[in-house]
Structures are given as C-alpha cells and as structure tokens.
Write a protein that binds this ligand. Structure first.
Ligand code: ADE
Length: 224
C-alpha cells in the first residue's frame, strides 16, 4: 500500500513514521509512506498556503490551489483521496477493514479554521475520527494510517490479528494477564492457568460478550 500525506506540518508525522508498527511495515515494504509539505505545492514567491475567509470571520483558511497541485502531481487511477475533517463520516473498524484494501491513499490534512470549500471536490471520502474538533487533520491522518497499516497482510502476528477480528465482530477484547499469577492480591483467573485450551477459548468468548454488554452495549445492538 502506498500512502501520500499532504500537510502544512509534515514534521508532526516523524515519530509515527519511525516507530512501532508503521516503522516495521515500511521496513518490510508493506507500506510505502511519503509525507509532503503543503508549502512545496505553492506557486507564489512567499509560498503562502493560507488566507483570510471571504465574507469575514475568525482565523485563516488553507488555500485550494496547493491541495489541487499536490493531488494532480500524486494521483493516478488507483488513488483514493481522503480529506480528514470533523464533518466527515465517522471512522470505525468496519470502515478501516474496507479502506485497507485500497492500493493508494492520498490524505489531505486541514488545519486552522479549515480548508477552502473547493478542496472537498478533490476527495473521494471525507473522514472524521470522532465528534470533537482537533487543531488539524494531522492526528486523524495518523490514526487512519495506523489503523489501515495494521490490516495489511503480514504486518501483524497471528495473535494480534485474532484480537482484531473480535473487534470486527463488534466485541471488545477479553481480559488478558501476564506474569506474575498474583499481583498485589489480584489473581489471574484459574482457567487461564489450567492449560485447557478449549476451556480458555470458551472463557474468553464469554468474557468478550460480558465486557461488551457492560461497557459498550451499543456494539451488541449493531450486530442485530
Ligand atoms: N480535523 C479536526 N478535527 C478532526 C476530526 N475529529 N476528525 C478528522 N479530522 C479533523
């Protein structure tokens, strides 16, 4: 999968690109990631990317032209252009699953008060990561990038993939423990120490349903 990210703050992506799963996916060539500076797609001598809104109002808007020039340079027939915006469709694991099949993403990050409305016409999809407003689309782009990268075949070990599957069935993860078997009076459930794999699997399945009904009953309703 190839991902091009267009941002006015490309340095924000450095840590995410160079740690953990994204780093491994890049090293193993499952992910070809390029972060682009929006300013590199300007044509004026001041390299300006923002301006005041027509009609007045607070703050600055990102201009349309740099986004258009970026997409025109980077896009091919296989590209899927995503604008990260609080007005977009809410991201969830099912959408992640579908999106992760695309071969090429171009992610457009807004910032400040937003982007010129005409930028929307470039996007195949508008995505929000939640009903709250962030300073820009950079953190949402990182969330989207992480969630689709871990879905690429071969990126995760089989154990992690199974856990992921459980959330795709709209269930929360079952409780997990590591050594020691007792910590500050809190004991690991006996069944997990029993070595009986069938019993362990059925305990975990029950716990996943119990947890979901206690913490996120809305997820169980989604299944019906
Ligand atoms: N930009 C600012 N807030 C956002 C959000 N919640 N999701 C996606 N993009 C955003």
């Amino acid at each position: 999968m190839r991902v091009d990210i267009i941002s006015a703050f490309p340095d924000m992506f450095k840590a995410v690109a160079n740690e953990s799963i994204i780093k491994i996916a890049r090293e193993k060539k499952f992910l070809d990631l390029e972060i682009h500076n929006l300013r590199d797609f300007t044509t004026d001598k001041h390299r300006s990317i923002d301006d005041t809104p027509y009609g007045g109002g607070p703050g600055m808007l990102l201009k349309a032209e740099p986004f258009f020039l970026a997409v025109e340079e980077l896009a091919s027939k296989k590209s899927f252009v995503v604008l990260l915006t609080p007005q977009g469709e809410l991201l969830n694991q099912k959408k992640v699953q579908n999106l992760s099949k695309k071969e090429h993403f171009i992610m457009l990050c807004g910032h400040y008060e937003g982007v010129d409305e005409r930028v929307r016409s470039l996007a195949d999809a508008e995505i929000s990561i939640g009903d709250y407003v962030l300073t820009g689309g950079e953190l949402p782009a990182m969330v989207l990038l992480d969630s689709i990268t871990r879905k690429q075949n071969g990126v995760l070990g089989s154990q992690e993939s199974l856990l992921e599957e459980s959330f795709e069935k709209s269930l929360l993860e079952y409780p997990q423990y590591t050594k020691p078997a007792e910590f500050r009076g809190m004991k690991v459930p006996d069944v997990l120490l029993s070595g009986n794999h069938q019993k362990i699997a059925s305990w975990r399945a029950k716990q996943a349903v119990k947890r979901t009904s206690e913490k996120r009953p809305d997820l169980l309703k989604e299944n019906k």
